[in-house]
Design a protein around this ligand. Structure first.
Ligand SMILES: [Mg+2]
Length: 261
């Protein structure tokens, strides 16, 4: 669908939301729901930690909008041109990750892992892993040991002093520019296509890094229970079921809220 014909916009996380967190595929019901929404003029805009290569593959599977926010808000994909970086390039982030390691934090970045290790950590095929590794402005990493709250505080102040932010997704933590999060990614979409700001907007996600995205829109759906109530930064509608089943329920509620169901 074309963005200028959209009548509403629905921002969605992918892993653990539109896509099953194990198979990384949408359910048949979710594919049908996105198609139905597209037919009604609702643009389903991915806002994801995934890469451009991964979202492009998905375009053949489900009728998502031609616009997407990838790499956790660090990159905007538009049909009119090449990727737009919304934060510092990956080389800067790798330097910060190196500084964290030198400060004694047991972190391991995606760039240090070979394809086999990433395949093992994510249960993805080698081909899919190659798409994960094509990044422009973000660096996922893991802790080799679960960090204590005080280690996290130290790590946060180290990254912040370098102008870098830390976000937690469902499998990886992510480094990106301090001005980068999914909420600012949503804002970049609205800035690029200003007519969308007047349209009804909803968002759905399942993890901590989705909260800034949810808090930018009027209709907010949070799936599953990995985010505790005390961690919420705005009021959300909770849907217990994670993954595509929860996604479909969020779409139903959005349609009902618009009076389009
Ligand atoms: Mg997720």
């Amino acid at each position: 669908m074309r963005m200028d014909s959209a009548r509403a916009v629905f921002f969605t996380d992918l892993d653990g939301t539109l896509l099953d967190s194990e198979s990384y595929e949408p359910s048949r019901e979710a594919v049908a729901m996105v198609a139905d929404m597209a037919a009604r003029g609702i643009a389903t805009v991915p806002v994801t930690s995934k890469t451009a290569a991964e979202v492009r593959r998905l375009e053949a599977v489900v009728t998502i909008a031609p616009v997407a926010v990838v790499e956790g808000g660090a990159v905007l994909l538009i049909p009119e041109g090449g990727p737009v970086l919304l934060g510092p390039p990956r080389s800067r982030l790798l330097a910060v990750l190196d500084a964290l390691r030198r400060a004694g934090h047991a972190v391991r970045g995606l760039s240090e892992m070979d394809v086999e290790e990433v395949a093992e950590r994510t249960a993805l095929t080698v081909e899919a892993v190659q798409r994960v590794m094509e990044r422009l402005a973000s660096e996922p990493f893991v802790f080799l040991e679960e960090p204590s709250a005080s280690e996290l505080d130290r790590l946060r102040s180290l990254t912040e002093s370098s102008g870098i932010s830390l976000a937690r997704g469902d499998r990886f933590w992510h480094l990106a520019g301090a001005e980068v999060d999914k909420g600012r990614g949503v804002q970049a979409v609205l800035d690029r296509y200003p007519h969308l700001t007047a349209l009804p907007a909803g968002a759905v996600g399942d993890a901590w890094n989705d909260l800034p995205m949810l808090c930018r829109v009027a209709h907010r759906y949070l799936l599953g229970s990995i985010v505790a109530d005390r961690e919420l930064t705005c009021r959300v509608e909770r849907i217990p079921e994670p993954g595509p089943a929860g996604f479909v329920e969020a779409c139903r509620r959005f349609l009902a809220a618009l009076g389009w169901s």
